[in-house]
Write a protein that binds this ligand. Structure first.
Ligand SMILES: Nc1ncnc2c1ncn2[C@@H]1O[C@H](COP(=O)(O)OP(=O)(O)OP(=O)(O)O)[C@@H](O)[C@H]1O
Ligand SMILES: [Mg+2]
Length: 269
């Protein structure tokens, strides 16, 4: 198992005692976790964190809270150096049913991401940035097409790149592996690894019930589950995949030790 040299420094995001209630139904209870900047010598290593839990446990609600889209009943999500409360639009989101603008081409959809970043670029620079990303991520031949002319997996990749182009360092993904075949899952994993190493501050937060694929990508995973005697889901376990020697290894799913961990977690969610 690979042991890596790394440090964890500045606090990037903090979920502090998040509780969510709908009426008298408690959905989330005291969810706490922190994401710190990981640094590796001579590498621009971003962060990949997973929140793993069974269907219906409250992952999508937590996703919306982390993105600033809904307010928790109590608790806060704070980000960046000054640890201010997250505002909508500060975190890139790829929702469970991600949407593209269907009446615009893939090129125009990517341009929306770039426009959002507020970067002042000439038409020529814009073209070169978008074509660069498209080529890096295997979408060059699709730029003139409309979303409906792409497969679900291709549309999802466009959606991920659109968020990367916004310049948001935090990118939240809700169930990024669902509805994809095995080959497409591998492509998404490759894409997300690339995104997480483009910039050392890039931070992906994956919300998923797909234990194997979520763990394979992550440096840290939090299990979201119900504790006996507690109403609402909370973080029941933290898995440090770096310490376990499972992080940053493209082929980790082939490791028997890794698969043992996956099997253990199945009983915990
Ligand atoms: N607006 C709402 N009002 C009341 N209850 C809600 C509302 N939205 C969601 N819920 C409830 O919150 C709980 C958690 O839902 P959530 O969508 O977060 O689950 P999930 O973990 O994302 O599930 P899945 O893996 O199937 O996507 C569910 O019991 C759901 O019925
Ligand atoms: Mg969900």
């Amino acid at each position: 198992m690979a042991q890596h040299v790394y440090t964890k420094d500045a606090l990037l995001l903090k979920a502090d005692n998040i509780c969510l209630k709908y009426g008298d139904k408690q959905i989330l209870s005291d969810v706490n976790f922190e994401i710190h900047n990981i640094q590796r010598p001579n590498m621009s290593q971003g962060q990949v964190v997973s929140l793993i839990g069974r269907s219906g446990v409250g992952k999508t609600q937590l996703f919306k809270i982390l993105a600033g889209l809904i307010k928790p009943t109590s608790g806060t999500v704070t980000i960046d150096e000054d640890q201010h409360v997250v505002r909508p639009g500060e975190v890139g989101i790829i929702p469970q049913n991600y949407i593209l603008f269907n009446h615009r081409t893939i090129y125009q959809n990517l341009k929306i991401g770039l426009d959002f970043s507020g970067q002042k670029v000439s038409d020529e620079q814009e073209k070169s940035i978008i074509e660069d990303y498209a080529s890096k991520f295997g979408l060059s031949e699709h730029l003139k097409k409309y979303p409906m002319q792409l497969s679900g997996g291709q549309r999802q990749r466009v959606s991920i790149i659109q968020q990367v182009l916004t310049g948001n360092k935090f990118i939240l993904l809700d169930e990024p592996f669902s509805g994809l075949d095995i080959l497409m899952v591998d492509k998404v994993i490759d894409l997300l690894i690339q995104v997480s190493t483009i910039n050392e501050f890039n931070t992906l937060i994956i919300v998923s019930h797909d234990i194997e694929n979520a763990l394979a990508l992550s440096d840290t995973a939090y299990i979201l589950a119900n504790k006996e005697g507690v109403a609402g889901a909370t973080v029941t376990e933290t898995i440090d995949l770096i310490q376990l020697g499972f992080a940053w290894d493209r082929d980790i799913r082939q490791s028997a030790h890794f698969q043992e961990l996956v099997a253990q977690i199945k009983f915990k969610i």
